[in-house]
Ligand binder design. Structure first.
Ligand code: FES
Length: 83
């Protein structure tokens, strides 16, 4: 699968990764700035954020919203929050 990471300043990095690998792990493997994986992907550190457009969001199953994962929800129509 191909993943495109977009930094707050607009710079992009595209990487190829095997299906089933988390986006966080792919970012760490490819040295994407700003992704530390502090909690190992358990959603406790809340440093990972993924924004999907409407078409992409239909490709993944609904995700549970829990207290530890929900600081702020936004829809694709709201766009990406300012850095
Ligand atoms: S490593 Fe992604 S939320 Fe902690």
């Amino acid at each position: 699968m191909r993943i495109r990471f977009v930094q707050p300043d607009g710079t992009e990095k595209c990487v190829n990764e095997d299906p089933g690998v988390s986006v966080m792990v792919a970012a760490i493997r490819h040295g994407v700035a700003g992704i530390n994986g502090d909690c190992g992907g358990s959603m406790d550190c809340a440093t990972c954020h993924v924004y999907l457009d409407e078409a992409q969001s239909k490709l993944v199953p609904p995700q549970p919203v829990t207290k530890s994962t929900c600081c702020r929800l936004s829809s694709p129509s709201e766009g990406r929050p300012a850095a």
